[in-house]
Ligand binder design. Structure first.
Ligand code: SAH
Length: 204
């Protein structure tokens, strides 16, 4: 079933061999609530705890491909959720730091990932809008929730040459890639529309 999912992604024009290999290897059914296990290898998003979702495999693949990760890259993920995207980043050889603002998910995923052999550098309970200044700079930053705007701390925590992949918008999000060309220069590329649960901000 996993191989069939990989074929589906190839047909949808995902090309990165390492990303496809990661998706072909990771047991997605283990990341899902028992009620949805039968659907684990469909190319669809599904509910997880705390009213959140495990992203659609196509979305995970699309974002991962845009990051162009090479082994040992330091990568920051905003929105750990089920940990599935985290596992993909780890399969790509990245050193992963991942932030989640829902305590329930943070706790669940922090115990689950190591159990199946996925060791992030750090899983953090906190607010992704702030990034993780103490570990910056990052070669890549990936946001897996829909951001109403691009948080400045994330841009400033990118290494020169680094890449930020972030879905931007309210109801629908435009997948957006920023490449840091210099201390104050960023190149911006926009891709198609996607739908994510919202990136929430604690305003006080
Ligand atoms: N990568 C996850 C996607 C989960 S959905 C997966 O594949 O399972 C997006 C996640 O972002 C949710 O778990 C949500 O709680 C989290 N999130 C939303 N706003 C956030 C913020 N400001 N900081 C950190 N995490 C946030």
């Amino acid at each position: 079933m996993r191989q069939q999912l990989v074929e589906t992604l190839i047909n949808k024009d995902i090309k990165d061999k390492n990303v496809l290999k990661a998706i072909g290897k990771i047991p997605r059914h283990l990341f899902m609530d028992s009620g949805f296990i039968d659907h684990a290898y469909q190319d669809k998003a599904f509910p997880i705890a705390a009213d959140q979702t495990i992203s659609q495999p196509y979305t995970v693949a699309f974002q991962s491909e845009l990051l162009k990760i090479t082994p040992e890259d330091k990568v920051l993920e905003i929105g750990t959720g089920s940990g599935y995207q985290t596992a993909v980043l780890l399969e790509l050889g990245a050193k992963v730091y991942s932030i989640e603002r829902q305590k329930e998910l943070y706790k669940k995923t922090s115990t689950f990932l190591p159990k199946i052999g996925y060791r992030a550098k750090q899983l953090i309970f906190g607010d992704g809008y702030k990034g993780l200044p103490e570990e910056a700079p990052f070669q890549s930053i990936i946001v897996t929730a829909g951001a109403p705007y691009v948080p400045n701390p994330l841009l400033s925590q990118l290494a020169i040459g680094g890449r930020l992949v972030i879905p931007v918008g309210d109801k629908v999000q435009v997948m957006t890639l920023f490449i840091r060309k210099g201390p104050k220069e960023f190149e911006k590329h926009e891709f198609g529309d996607f739908r994510f649960v919202p990136m929430l901000e604690d305003k006080n």
